[in-house]
Design a protein around this ligand. Structure first.
Ligand code: TXA
Ligand code: MG
Length: 308
């Protein structure tokens, strides 16, 4: 069910959960003041309770009611990237934010989205949490039909068309005097480095103790088997690749975009993965021969996770 902004605001105020567009991906929005909505979000997504949520604010100042002091670099990062696809994890006053949002941690994640519908909703209904609007494990949703495919045609969706970035926000965590990458995302470590004066630390992925609890779980995965090795191209029922390249042409080809436009590839990535299931394609080979820098590293990480 597609909603107007007015109706979405009313539903959030009535403690309901609605899907909302952001510049990254669609989110499942609920008020941080509604225990009922917060519990419903975890249930709908089948999300493990030890995976905390991001609180979305309409301006950086709103964070002040949740924290005692902000880490060095916070102001510069917020000034450079908010509103926008950067999530900052900082120590919080525990009583200021429901336990379920923090998953019991002493820190919490915040971002100010730049999408005008999301912004309008927060201005009128107050801070909201928004995990990506997909069933846990599935590719995130970058258009309303993706949300409806996971949660049903009747699920309330504020329709903002196709998301601009197509991949989630970058999560930065302040720990031991430095900012660390908790999750690669729409803003590259290189861009963050320019603001901080040093490259944020990219920790080796630890299965036991990842910086973001969410990194523990399988993600972004279609039902189809994904092949990534060059030699496996002949084993697959479909090819996912780039405009500039030619591929064996006897099977369906899904194009991600141009090798000169990582922004375009990021925007199309989840749609391509979802298309495999929509068309009941059993397996796909993905062309992994692309640059090892900037947004490409986010794209590579998402594909590796999707392939399990
Ligand atoms: O782009 C986005 O960030 C989207 C849109 C809707 O805003 N939201 C999103 O939320 O991707 P979600 O819940 O799918 O991912 C949030 C990530 C998870 O990996 C979670 O573990 C991590 O942020 N996170 C949240 N709070 C944290 C905390 N206190 N410490 C470490 N990681 C945290
Ligand atoms: Mg997610």
């Amino acid at each position: 069910m597609r909603l107007s902004l007015k109706k979405a605001i009313a539903l959030i105020k009535q403690e309901e959960v609605v899907a909302v567009p952001t510049e990254t991906v669609y989110g499942l929005a609920g008020s941080i003041r509604s225990q009922k909505a917060l519990e419903k979000i975890f249930a709908l997504k089948q999300r493990p309770s030890n995976n905390p949520l991001i609180t979305h604010l309409s301006s950086a100042d709103e964070i002040l009611v949740f924290v005692k002091e902000l880490p060095p670099g916070f102001d510069a990062l917020a000034k450079a990237f908010w509103p926008g696809p950067l999530t900052l994890v900082v120590p919080v006053i525990e009583e200021a934010l429901p336990t379920i949002v923090r998953a019991g941690l002493k820190t919490a994640a915040f971002r100010v989205p730049q999408n005008l519908l999301a912004m309008g909703l927060i201005q009128m209904a107050g801070p909201i949490v928004m995990p990506s609007a997909n069933l846990s494990g599935r590719p995130s949703s970058t258009e309303p039909s993706h949300v409806e495919s996971d949660f049903g045609e009747e699920f309330p969706v504020l329709d903002g068309g196709v998301c601009l970035k197509g991949v989630e926000s970058t999560v930065l965590i302040f720990q031991a005097d430095q900012w660390h990458i908790g999750r690669l995302g729409a803003i590259s470590p290189e861009m963050i480095g320019e603001i901080l004066g040093y490259l944020p630390i990219t920790p080796k992925l630890s299965k036991k103790q990842p910086l973001c609890p969410g990194q523990l779980y399988r993600h972004y995965a279609p039902s189809a088997t994904l092949y990534l090795e060059k030699e496996q191209i002949n084993e697959s029922a479909c090819i996912i690749g780039f405009h500039e390249r030619t591929y064996p042409n006897h099977r369906p080809l899904i194009l991600l975009g141009s090798l000169n436009k990582p922004e375009e590839v990021a925007q199309n990535l989840y749609k391509a993965l979802r298309e495999l299931d929509e068309q009941a394609i059993k397996s796909a080979w993905i062309d992994m021969d692309f640059p090892k820098e900037g947004l490409w590293n986010t794209i590579r990480e998402r594909i590796l996770k999707a392939a399990g």
